[in-house]
Design a protein around this ligand. Sequence first.
Ligand code: SF4
Length: 509
Amino acid sequence: MPKFIPYDPSQSKMVVVNYADQLQPGTFEHAIHFLIEQKLDLSIFHPSFKNDDTGRPAYDPAILLKIILFAYSKGITSSREIQWSCETNIIFKALSCDTVPHFTTIANFVSGYSEKIEILFEQVLLVCDEQGLLGKELFALDGCKMSSNASKEWSGTHKELTQKRAKIQRQIQHHITAHKALDKNKSHDDERRARSEQAMETLTKAHDKIDEFLKSASPRMGKGDNESAKMTTSKGTIQGYNGIATVDKKHQIIVDAQAFGEGQEHHTLQPVLKSVFDRFKRLDIELDDPIFTADTGYANEANMKYLHENNINGYIPDNKFRQRDPKFTEQKNNHSQRRPITGKTKVSLSVIPASEFDFDPVNKTCICPAKEQMWLRSEHVDRLGHKKIFFEGRLSKCRACDLKQRCMHNPDSANHRKGHGRQVSFIINKGQRAPNYTDWMKHRVDSDKGKLIYSHRMSVVEPVFGNIGTNKRLNRFSLRGKKKIQGQWQLYCLIHNIEKLKNYGELAT
Ligand code: SF4
């Protein structure tokens, strides 16, 4: 018979636990504990408590925040599970100082303090800035569509629900007609009769429910009775929200987090950019012409106009961007084709291309790579019917320019008294329409600089969604209503930023 180490389930053991020792420096739990105790101002929660003279003491927001942030970081969003963890898990016990808040207290805290969570988000952002974690040069924004705790069935406008009620009425009528036909033909198909009766009962219940709702609920102005939206995702149609994050390139710190009950991403660009600029102004963090980039879902004429008119340094390609890129087409064609290595590298002797000049087809202006304004030389229509516009660098500027050798076809000509500065031309339209703001953006994103900037987008913003979605296991919002969802989304983004502080900041050890 094999020999095993004996064990005794009924034995007793006394273990001395120091809770502070459980929060080891360098861990996420220590980072939360340190930030909440030393850096964050939680007095923002105090006005909500009215128990100064009467009433029993409440749980300190510091305790609730610590356990909620830690739970969310481990993918635990259920308030009952958080309560259970406080009873059984030593890290939760250390964070909660051996208290066990009731799950309703935890749930109320998460859903009831969304505005305060935004203030905390900003406080943590300030700490990130103090510790030099923000680059403030390039921001990428993107969204992640997730379902909320709202049923597709009961979401929609009054008009949509009225249409749904009418549809159910038609279906009921169809069954009644079928039933009458069975009676008339004296059919003995009992199975069909029973199926029809069952369907009628279900439809009548659904009809009455919608009817009652429509009679009692007041129509919401705008987009629907609830604030979520039906959205098409790669996993099908969901009823939910789009969590948008704006991310700083340096350490992938989220500088803005908002949830929108909007299926269309391009509706969200302007409020997000406004929120980012307002936030930096409010926090007194200086921005020096930062670059913003987003994917093709955010491109439309209105957004391009907004960027142009507000002098926002944006790079947002349209959905034909890849098709226009010869390198991409070449790469696609050559995909998986091996080429012989000749040892020779083709060196391009061409000058700086026109695409590297900052051309604005709306205002008909052009800035050269030396940041000098060029003069508009002429406009004409070529034999193919394309309207072309010609610019020339000012001779005095080109003559003294450090980039002259790379920029001009014949640099010596700049020294002649009757010479010319660098000349460039652009096609401003191929048809009849006047150039628009989308043309302006096309020129920006098609330039080498634009392609380089846009190439950063994915590496800046996608890992953030990977972290929140995969590591933190956020695949649906557990609350309902824009305000609460916004709070929950910001909580996750706050956790992401605290992790960055832990990994790259100087949190006390
Ligand atoms: S050579 Fe003339 S056009 Fe070219 S970068 Fe210099 S100033 Fe601008």
